[in-house]
Design a protein around this ligand. Structure first.
Ligand code: FRU
Length: 424
């Protein structure tokens, strides 16, 4: 067997570390890295379904792409159950929060289309019932492959297990709308290996999901980012000097932070079609800092690699914290070393007065950041909330060197195309 080094010519890289010292620099409510307040009177995209993770159709270089003038997004989606006795409280009222919190177990991939990059029209399910091999269709990436409209949808097949899979179909347009055809044969690609990436057997709370394939602008090869945890039995990880970083006196105690072991994984394709993949060591690890680095993705700008990933307050380790939102890291070459943007890594967090207002931020190469509304307080104390399950206002951001700046706010779910492909 040839090693990765022989085949790909790259020296095996060392993962970059997001350290506890980096995370100590996180400042919630810094206006340059905080999402503007989302008003509780937001519009809802569709009253029959909840939507959350939003995946714009794009090409392998990361450009958000429309087809024949139609913008297309894929979303994780679940039915709302306002009349289901299972979701009524003691007074017979719809317990929307419980319904919303249960959504992950019934997540399905849906698509939507638009002429204007907003006000999305309902398309429907991408795969018919029974096509996907597991109960849950979790996040991934739809890639427009060519001007015949072929689309590779990479996503995560979850429960049982967690497998990165792909399914091929085609986008078809008319004057009146868009449909998805095909998407009938799901191909499993890979699962966590237990050597680089933690398995379910090593940790029942493992994460292995959210594929994001891309063509490296420098070497032209096909790679894929994904979310993982660092391999090893739960509780066996060491939070040593490297993971702690340069902390001030009094900040050496790591508590139980060995249980937080997130990483951003990377794999390289052995073939041009992306049917055969080899996992490589993680690009970035957050051992002792955070347990989830979800939906990792890149923006390639100014010859640099801007790596973004979403994370939560509740997944931070003992002694460090930060808002729900998107975090970022930058490097001059694909395999790093990566340094945290804005010193801490925080790029766009929720304001502390509305800590759950949005999540699942996706930074596009035009600096626009889309996300979904989770829940927004409707009273001063924050005890009353309105559940979202719909698109949040898009935020405009400038990426400059090692820093990012919030500079604009746009309409709900505004995801304009960066290029249009005319289908043959
Ligand atoms: C992010 C996320 C993804 C996962 C999906 C499950 O919001 O947790 O990592 O694929 O949601 O619903």
């Amino acid at each position: 067997m040839k090693t990765t080094t022989e085949k790909f010519g790259a020296a095996p890289h060392q993962p970059s570390l997001w350290t506890r010292a980096d995370a100590l620099k996180v400042r919630a409510d810094d206006p340059t890295t905080t999402q503007p307040l989302v008003s509780a009177d937001f519009p809802v995209l569709n009253n029959d379904v909840f939507i959350w993770d939003t995946m714009p159709l794009r090409d392998l270089d990361g450009n958000v792409t429309s087809v024949d003038g139609w913008s297309v997004i894929f979303t994780l989606t679940a039915d709302r159950h306002p009349n289901d006795p299972q979701y009524l409280d003691e007074d017979g009222n719809y317990d929307i929060l419980r319904d919303w919190n249960d959504r992950h177990g019934r997540a399905k991939m849906y698509y939507w289309f638009s002429r204007t990059g907003k006000n999305w029209e309902f398309g429907g399910r991408v795969m018919a019932e029974g096509v996907s091999p597991t109960a849950r269709e979790w996040a991934g990436t739809p890639i427009l492959l060519n001007d015949r409209g072929e689309v590779d949808l990479y996503y995560t097949a979850v429960t049982p297990g967690a497998t990165i899979v792909k399914v091929r179909g085609r986008v078809v347009t008319t004057e009146h709308g868009v449909s998805m055809v095909g998407f009938e044969k799901v191909k499993p690609l890979f699962e966590a290996d237990g050597k680089m990436y933690q398995t379910e057997a090593q940790n029942a709370f493992w994460g292995f999901r959210d594929p994001w394939p891309f063509r490296d602008p420098k070497d032209g090869k096909l790679y894929m980012l994904f979310e993982g945890n660092v391999a090893g039995e739960r509780g066996s990880h060491k939070v040593g000097e490297a993971e702690i970083g340069d902390v001030p006196p009094g900040y050496e105690d790591v508590g139980n932070s060995r249980f937080q072991t997130a990483c951003v994984g990377i794999a390289v394709a052995r073939d041009a079609d992306g049917d055969d993949w080899e996992m490589l060591p993680p690009l970035l690890t957050a051992v002792g800092v955070n347990d989830q680095t979800e939906r990792p993705h890149f923006v390639f700008q100014d010859g640099k690699y801007y790596l973004f990933t979403i994370s939560h307050t509740f997944t931070y380790a003992d002694g460090v914290t930060g808002p729900d939102g998107v975090y970022g890291f930058v490097a001059d070459s694909l395999f790093g070393p990566y340094v945290p943007l804005n010193g801490s890594g925080l790029v766009l967090g929720n304001p502390s007065s509305q800590p759950f207002q949005t999540y699942s931020h996706y930074v596009m190469p035009n600096g626009l950041v889309t996300s979904f509304i989770d829940s927004v307080p409707t009273d001063e104390t924050g005890t009353q909330i309105r559940v979202g399950g719909t698109e949040a206002p898009t935020v405009g951001m400038k990426i400059k060197g090692l820093q990012t700046f919030v500079v604009a706010e746009y309409d709900y779910g505004y995801i304009p195309p960066m290029l249009d492909v005319t289908l043959k």
